[in-house]
Design a protein around this ligand. Structure first.
Ligand SMILES: [Zn+2]
Length: 527
């Protein structure tokens, strides 16, 4: 007796091969047969005219804390995502509160589950259950903060030693690698040598170095060269996160950036990339002052000095492109009406210059203004998407429309189905088989997962059944909290989570531990 049989599906096996018609049977969490299946099954799904593929792997997810608050991972699972690679851009949920600095630096105890290291974080996820599988990375910025706070200086050898200890612990506990966010505080204060030393520890455990490179605009090529150097020096695979060129003067650099990566591959570095299918990025509004300035700390006196204030406005003006920067979320009640508007528009409404409007938003919201920045080029998006070594990664979090706030980037809800609905069906940028490969076997190989990413007998039953004629993203920049359509069924580890396009609340996800499959299996049988 099978647990589940998909009848008459068009099978996309994830390798990029053309679809073939078959039945697919699942038992005890695994695909046990692909072909014509006669045996009895507890559940049979008529899959005729639909495509059955391995579950999609989100190579670049920021769901770390969302999975604690929203373990059903709705916005992701409803796009067909069955595995999220979290801990990206230098920022992971663990380690935290490790007691390496004085108590003032510790995060205040919040309501809800608590953790410190990677192992205890993974146990929190496991004990409450999650709907998706999770593969965690340890964040370089998170590790640095534990040791040095947000101090804007190079690390001492002792501090690097402490960071190495934390990275080693996370790798021992099953992290798949380390991510860096060299554009953000505190990662931006690190020298290349610091990252190399930590990456060497990651390499010892067969880990991968994921990187949000130091610069994605004027210094794109220089930042890429740094990532290549880190990979070569530390001898480990490199993943360039959300590969792109920001700001119009840099759009022409993409072919050269691609050539650099391909040259590095030719020379023997295992380097790949991921991408989200949008021409806007989502981030915090960049400010010319340190974060503490807005809360009365370091730099705040500059805001009160009229001469200094003028200089700050000039710096904001040099940042430019305010017509392409749209406010996505902020806290101050008086500013809620500006959500969804560009900073230029806000200046017009307030009758002040664009720079004054930007400064006002930063001041009232204590430096924290979430924005969406339309700084990319559609031709570049397509050029990058076609590269065989580029996979799909949302750069987004698992959200739920019931607890929706602000106007986050639509990629949280739409990345994977947007590739299928727009870039495959409408724009003909990719073949369907190739798009699915970029969401399944390619990232599975990247992560070294031998039992996921391809649909065949013996593999874990992470499966997605979709309608290639209707699958599409519904989330937009103005109306982002909308689930995808066209995803009919999703199974995670053989358990149905999405049924007729609706999340049924099941939480069969596994927290994967690199190099510790036996632990994973032991936990699995205990549950
Ligand atoms: Zn990033």
């Amino acid at each position: 007796m099978f647990d589940l049989v998909f009848k008459n599906a068009r099978v996309l096996d994830g390798t990029g091969a053309p679809w073939f018609r078959a039945d697919v049977a699942v038992k005890d969490g695994f695909v046990v047969r692909v072909g014509r299946i006669e045996g009895e099954s507890k559940k049979v799904i008529d899959a005729k005219a639909k495509y059955l593929a391995p579950g999609f792997i989100d190579t670049h997810s920021h769901s770390d804390s969302e999975l604690v608050e929203n373990p059903t991972a709705d916005s992701k699972i409803l796009q067909g995502v069955t595995l999220e690679v979290i801990g990206q851009c230098g920022s992971s949920a663990a380690p935290r509160n490790m007691g390496l600095r004085n108590e003032d630096d510790e995060e205040p105890a919040e309501e809800g589950p608590q953790w410190t290291d990677m192992a205890s974080y993974m146990e929190v996820l496991e004990s409450q259950g999650v709907s998706v599988n999770v593969a965690p990375l340890v964040g370089h910025g998170t590790v640095r903060r534990q040791v040095m706070g947000a101090e804007a200086r190079a690390a001492t050898p002792e501090e690097v030693g402490q960071m190495k200890r934390l990275v080693r612990d996370a790798m021992e506990q099953g992290a798949f690698g380390m991510s860096s966010g060299l554009i953000y505080v505190p990662g931006r204060y690190s020298e290349t040598s610091e990252v190399i030393e930590l990456a060497e520890v990651v390499a010892e455990y067969d880990g991968i170095y994921f990187t949000h490179i130091r610069n994605e605009s004027n210094l794109l090529l220089e930042a890429l060269a740094e990532a290549v150097a880190i990979g070569n020096k530390a001898q480990l695979p490199v993943q360039i996160s959300h590969f792109k060129a920001m700001r119009e003067p840099n759009w022409g650099k993409v072919p050269e950036a691609i050539a650099m990566i391909e040259k590095a591959r030719e020379d023997g570095l295992d380097i790949t990339a991921d991408q989200y299918p949008y021409i806007a990025s989502s981030t915090g509004m960049s400010s010319p002052l340190p974060a503490s300035a807005w809360t009365g700390g370091e730099g705040s006196e500059r805001l009160r000095d009229p001469e200094e204030r003028k200089k700050i406005l000039e710096q904001l003006k040099a940042g430019g492109y305010w017509d392409r920067i749209v406010v996505a979320n902020l806290e101050h009640p008086d500013d809620q009406k500006y959500i969804g508007k560009s900073v230029e528009e806000i200046g017009r409404i307030q009758g002040i210059t664009t720079e004054e409007a930007a400064l006002g938003l930063l001041e009232r919201n204590r430096g924290t203004v979430q924005i969406v920045n339309f700084a990319m080029n559609e031709d570049n998006v397509r050029m990058i998407m076609k590269l065989p070594w580029v996979m799909v990664g949302s750069d987004g979090s698992a959200l739920n429309v019931a607890t929706a706030k602000g106007k986050p980037h639509p990629r949280n809800y739409g990345t994977f189905v947007r590739v299928l609905g727009r870039y495959v069906r409408e724009y003909n940028v990719l073949r369907l088989e190739e798009a699915v490969r970029k969401m399944t076997s390619l990232p599975a190989m990247r992560l070294g997962l031998q039992d996921r990413g391809i649909l065949k007998q013996g593999m874990r039953a992470d499966l997605v059944l979709f309608d290639a004629g209707t699958v599409v993203d519904n989330a937009t920049f103005t109306d982002p909290h909308r689930y995808a359509s066209g995803i009919d069924y999703v199974a995670v580890n053989g358990v149905i989570v999405v049924e007729n396009g609706v999340h049924n609340g099941a939480r069969p996800g596994m927290i994967l531990r690199q190099g510790l499959e036996s632990v994973e299996l032991a936990r699995r049988t205990r549950h």
